[in-house]
Design a binder for this molecule. Structure first.
Ligand code: GDP
Ligand code: MN
Length: 562
């Protein structure tokens, strides 16, 4: 499967070179629109025409998703100096962004609803809300009017029809992104099912409307940095869940610009899921088969940079076990007519963070990125390879590394509350999200899956990880597998069930201290319940479901008696 690998990932446009020398044009030549707008379904056509009137692009291209189109887009990006080929691998490319456009920007990401409380719980007096940013419809309209008129002047507007989930599946949803970024076109082709087959399936059906611009019309007022067009001062990523709309301006990077991923598949989809009675979650999905050939599926929510991709792609160290990756980031889950929870990965590629990825930690990711990968903001070796912190590779003598320009700021591993790993991705009020989860139990005939908590990152007093992690996590999955089968191998503690001594297969792991791994220091748990109470009271406030508060009270009293 193709992949995008990034220093933490993004675009461009100028002379357009479509299909052969006869169509090579200069920056100033008139570009001929390709794709016949007249043949688009009526609703889509109206959306595109509205985008054209607002953004005033020089031309419009309706993406068909073909290989020839992809080659032309990559050619164009190379001509513009946005990407370069990596000689060491097969069909791999390196992009470098403007150092001001290197991350998803939560502070500029908003949800637009009539009332604030539809987006976020109103925090307790004196507390600052951490569960998303609301924008009023009026402010949103002003923000659009201030940014979008004429924003694609001199550029091509690409129309990207894409399907989240297999094309035509009843679980899938269609989006259409208008963008002036060919980097986004190349990236969306990796991350989603995109192009003509989606258009055929769409017909006059509904789609999520996505409008994206890097916000640098031509001619440029100021020179670009790294040939990377962006407009950081005016960056805004806005979602209008009531209208199923996403509007993104100023950034060409990652989740800010590939609108199918976090914006659609989590924020908008979580709201659609609430309306339709299913779940859109920030979770990996893996299939696991035990040595006896029995197979189960696991979905797991870990916050960003906490190990989803690694777990989904793991090589089990336990002999005879097999793990298959279904998805490494997003799960759409529904109960089927037998009450069994089913899940799909709405994506079609991998988008991963490079630092820390090595043959030791994630060999499957390392094999995946040998071909068909778009790297962004990683180091480059003089032999045309890639390099990053923790790649754990010695280079042949005489090989040098060029870091990508202007070292980006990297946040430390900061501890924070991230309920359901959805903190940056809720499409509506977290209190109501909790209610939606709780409502699953009352549905007729549903069989709820078992839920487990894991912590791969617990440290000893000297600061070393207590658990070796990565492929060794198969040992934890083995225990979970047996527990789901009904094995009596757990011991009840004030915080829930933990493995009985001897129940976790630690064979061959010399250094693991089982006692310390599952110890429950009272002082820690006293502080933990105090912080959880403070967090829920301040942040979720009046929207906290009673059932959650009751659970917390139960935990508090058990911790007191520890
Ligand atoms: P994602 O953003 O949730 O997909 O997280 P990744 O799988 O990309 O991992 C984020 C970081 O956590 C990387 O630096 C990994 O090397 C590290 N990591 C992943 N799994 C483990 C683990 O089991 N133990 C430890 N100690 N680190 C891990
Ligand atoms: Mn990941």
């Amino acid at each position: 499967m193709p992949a995008l690998y990034t220093r933490l990932l993004g675009q461009g446009a100028r002379p357009l070179r479509w299909w052969g020398a006869a169509l090579v044009r200069s920056a100033h030549a008139q570009r001929v629109p390709s794709g016949d707008l007249g043949r688009l379904p009526g609703r889509l056509r109206a959306f595109v025409e509205h985008g054209v009137r607002l953004c005033q692009p020089e031309s419009v291209h309706v993406c068909d998703g073909s290989e020839a189109e992809n080659v032309a887009v990559l050619d164009l990006l190379e001509d513009e100096g946005i990407i370069k080929p990596l000689g060491k691998y097969e069909n791999c490319w390196l992009a470098r962004t403007d150092p001001k456009d290197v991350a998803r920007v939560e502070s500029k990401t908003v949800i637009v609803t009539e009332t604030q409380r539809d987006t976020v719980p109103i925090p307790a007096p004196g507390a600052t809300g951490q569960l998303g940013n609301w924008m009023s419809p009026k402010t949103f309209q002003e923000a659009v009017d201030n940014r979008f008129p004429g924003c694609m002047k001199g550029r091509t507007m690409y129309v990207i029809p894409y399907s989240m989930g297999p094309i035509g599946s009843p679980l899938s949803k269609i989006g259409v992104q208008l963008t002036d970024s060919p980097y986004v076109v190349a990236s969306m082709r990796i991350m989603t099912r995109m192009g003509a087959p989606v258009l055929r399936t769409l017909g006059e059906g509904e789609f999520v409307k996505c409008l994206h611009s890097v916000g640098r019309p031509l001619p440029l007022q100021e020179e670009l940095v790294n040939n990377w067009p962006c407009n950081p001062e005016k960056t805004l990523i806005a979602h209008v869940p009531d209208r199923r709309e996403i509007v993104s301006f100023g950034s060409g990077y990652g989740g800010n610009s590939l609108l199918g991923k976090k914006c659609f598949a989590l924020r908008i989809a979580s709201r659609i899921a609430k309306d339709e009675g299913w779940l859109a979650e920030h979770m990996l999905i893996l299939g696991i088969t035990n040595p006896e050939g029995q197979k189960k599926y696991v979905a797991a929510a870990f916050p960003s940079a906490c190990g989803k991709t690694n777990l989904a792609m793991m090589n089990p160290t336990l002999p005879g076990w097999r793990v298959e990756c279904v998805g490494d980031d997003i799960a759409w889950m529904k109960f089927d007519s037998d009450g069994r929870l089913r899940a799909i990965n709405p994506e079609n590629g991998f988008f991963g963070v490079a630092p820390g990825t090595s043959m030791k930690t994630n060999p499957n990711a390392m094999h995946t990125v040998q071909r068909n990968t778009l790297f962004t903001n990683v180091g480059e070796t003089s032999e045309g390879g890639v390099y990053w912190e923790g790649i754990d590779q010695t280079l042949p003598p005489g090989t040098s590394i060029t870091s990508w320009l202007g070292r980006p700021w990297m946040p430390g591993k900061m501890i924070m509350h991230d309920p359901f790993a959805m903190r940056p991705f809720f499409g509506y009020n977290f209190g109501r999200y909790l209610e939606h989860w709780l409502s699953m139990e009352g549905r007729r005939g549903v069989r709820l899956p078992k839920i487990f908590h894991v912590n791969w990152f617990r440290k000893d007093a000297a600061g070393n990880f207590l658990w070796p992690g990565f492929g060794e996590n198969s040992r934890v999955l083995d225990w979970i597998f047996r527990r789901v089968e009904g094995e009596e191998s757990a011991r009840e503690t004030p915080i829930g069930y933990v493995p009985q001594e001897g129940a976790l297969n630690l064979q061959g792991l010399a250094k693991v201290d089982f006692q310390e791994l599952f110890s429950l220091p009272k002082a820690f748990w006293e502080q933990e319940v105090r912080e959880v109470r403070k967090y829920l009271t301040e942040q979720v406030s009046d929207d906290l479901p009673r059932e959650v508060m009751q659970e917390l009270e139960g935990l508090e009293s058990r911790v007191k008696k520890m």
